[in-house]
Ligand binder design. Structure first.
Ligand code: HEM
Length: 595
């Protein structure tokens, strides 16, 4: 971002707008002129404090800087020629912009960061690590700087410092905490075609240093390579929505069989029912990515040494290890801590199972090619194998991301769907009224037309999103709440906090699927309502599996609620509200067969 201070105004225009490569279709040649400060008004600049709305299609290239005055900050080009129509990306021109340093935040962190400034640049790795770990929170600060930091801690900060909070980091890698929908809207509108998010350091280290994979996986990647990969995955998943519906139905039938097998005489699920939900998610994901069922829901149960058994163990173990690594002091960056060893052991286990399937995929493709078989209805794995420039190890990172994020997020969502419906018998009756008439074979269209069912999913995700905090690395300078936040700052949104704000949702704490029937945004329909609940994120880096996972969950609800009435007779279950969130209590639901 090029940033200039005029006498009265502070104006920012994304530098990205000047880079032809991003906008080659719409670039327009123009000439830029540096404005003399004292004449700002005569150049048709907006009124003091006025916002300038902008869009991405009016962009500039081939800029020639014409300096005709010296009383302006050096290297401060200002584009005048199209200014009245200029609609750059959320550039807010505001005389009241407040410098970044004035953003409130915890003083301790501020002092540490100042102290850091006095240490010679050479500083040892250990010193860096200590400060970084200190800042990345661990138990001490409750993991506040961790990407998935606990939303409750965010609330404490907002209560003390207001809606924009700055957490000082060494080397300027500061974090800004936000939650308000209008702020989320500003960041998302400004993120451009290649958004980046903060990393899961432990997963990245495992891939780049331990495994030496060349790609970081879609969750951590950005830029043109990520865009290219993402498009391929999205297209394949989109096709799966129609192709896989029948297979998903059959997996849901197996899940129901499993429920009947494991429930006790009171129709209650065992305390580890979460594992069964995990198995359902894994079976669906294998079906979608590998085009095959691995037998997670076999009536005879899972052997720990079988492939599905190892995948399940690896996944639950890796999830636990990632949580430990990301929240604790990041000592694993320098020595092999128990959490790091656990992560390596479990990720290796997942890797070895998935690798077998990748190798089988390669052989099967070769066979098909030799036999001149036409490639129809091929799996996501095969599509990726056929893609030019993609090698087997790239596919491992894609699959690992999908399994780690996808299974955890879906299992969490299904657990809370069951919980909220069990706790709200009236909603269950309405849902049953809708699903009981559905025929045997469900289609994408059937499911879309079940409005109450869709509303239940949205409402449960509003109350308990599995990813309650979104993150972005600012691509451009941005003005939010009048604070000028520089490019490179980490932004963490506690989007989940809006869930409980009455200004967006009436009876905000209640499970009320009806709110989504009267209004597709679920709330009062105010200007920023669309950003008040973002369970799948937003923009180019939003969840790429939304469509398929919504289909899977809809089929599951139809099958389960046609067959059972649900009850839950224990204390309130909450979401741990953290990175890879999980329910805080055993899911001892009663699945009572309908007569
Ligand atoms: C109910 C289930 C799910 C929810 C609520 C969910 C939610 C999310 C959210 C909030 C993000 C971050 C979006 C952002 O930063 O704007 C995300 C990203 C992602 N999700 Fe999902 N997810 C779910 C299921 C899945 C499944 C089943 C898969 C795998 C098939 C998956 C794969 C991914 C991937 C690969 C990304 C990273 C996308 C990118 O950076 O380009 N998710 N998801």
């Amino acid at each position: 971002m090029w940033h200039f201070k005029l006498k009265y105004f502070q104006i920012s225009i994304p530098k990205r707008c000047l880079e032809k490569k991003y906008y080659s279709d719409s670039v327009k040649s123009t000439t830029a002129t540096v404005l003399p400060t004292q004449n700002a008004a005569s150049f048709g600049l907006p009124e003091k404090g006025q916002k300038l709305e902008t869009t991405e299609h009016k962009v500039f290239s081939d800029i020639k800087i014409q300096s005709n005055t010296s009383d302006i900050i050096k290297t401060s080009p200002f584009l005048t020629s199209d200014l009245p129509n200029l609609k750059p990306v959320t550039a807010i021109i505001d005389s009241r912009s407040v410098p970044f340093d004035d953003i409130p935040g915890p003083r301790t962190l501020r002092l540490i960061s100042k102290f850091w400034g006095t240490i010679p640049v050479m500083g040892t790795e250990v010193a860096v690590s200590i400060i970084q770990s200190f800042l990345s929170g661990g138990k001490f600060f409750g993991g506040i700087l961790s990407w998935g930091g606990n939303a409750k801690f965010f609330k404490k900060f907002f209560d003390i410092y207001g809606p924009v909070v700055r957490l000082h980091g060494p080397f300027g890698s500061d974090v800004v905490l936000l939650s308000r929908p209008e702020h989320a809207s500003a960041v998302f509108q400004n993120e451009g075609p290649y958004p980046a998010r903060c990393c899961l350091d432990s997963v990245e280290k495992y891939r780049s240093e331990y495994r030496r994979y060349r790609q970081a996986g879609p969750f951590l990647m950005y830029g043109p390579d990520w865009e290219n990969l993402r498009k391929t995955i999205e297209q394949s998943l989109h096709k799966s929505v129609t192709q896989q519906c029948e297979q998903i139905e059959s997996i849901c039938e197996e899940f129901i069989q499993r429920i009947c097998t494991i429930r006790n005489k009171q129709d209650e699920m065992p305390p580890n029912f979460k594992n069964e939900i995990y198995k359902w998610c894994l079976e669906c994901l294998c079906s979608v990515t590998l085009n095959k069922k691995l037998g997670f829901l076999d009536s005879s149960g899972l052997s720990a040494t079988s492939d599905p058994g190892r995948l399940l163990d690896g996944l639950t173990g890796a999830t636990e290890a990632i949580r430990k690594c990301e929240y604790g002091f990041h000592l694993w960056k320098f020595m092999e801590t128990p959490a790091w060893k656990l992560l390596v052991k479990n990720c290796d286990m997942i890797d070895s199972v998935l690798n077998k399937h990748v190798q089988r995929g390669i052989t099967s493709l070769r066979d098909k090619k030799d036999k001149n078989v036409t490639l129809e209805n091929i799996s996501l794995l095969e599509i990726l194998l056929l893609k030019e420039g993609v090698v087997a190890e790239d596919i491992m990172t894609v699959l690992l991301d999908m399994f780690l994020i996808g299974v955890n997020a879906t299992a969490h969502t299904v657990a809370f769907l069951f919980y909220h419906l069990a706790r709200n018998p009236r909603c269950q009756i309405k849902l049953y009224e809708e699903v009981k008439t559905s025929g045997e074979n469900l289609s994408k269209e059937n499911l879309k037309n079940m409005k109450y069912l869709q509303a239940c999913i949205k409402e449960s995700l509003r109350l308990d999103p599995p990813i309650p905090i979104l993150s972005r690395l600012l691509n451009n300078d941005l003005v939010i709440h009048h604070y000028l936040i520089p490019k490179g700052t980490h932004i963490l949104f506690a989007t989940h906090l809006n869930t409980f704000r009455e200004e967006y949702f009436e009876d905000a704490q209640k499970f009320k699927p009806e709110r989504w029937l009267s209004n597709e945004l679920g709330g009062f329909g105010n200007e920023f309502q669309a950003f008040a609940s973002l369970p799948f994120g937003h923009g180019p880096k939003a969840c790429l599996a939304k469509e398929i996972v919504e289909m899977e969950m809809a089929v599951l609800l139809v099958k389960v609620f046609k067959k059972f009435r649900l009850e839950y007779n224990y204390g309130d279950i909450q979401s741990s509200n953290e990175l890879l969130a999980s329910p805080t209590k055993p899911l001892k639901f009663r699945f009572i067969s309908r007569v």
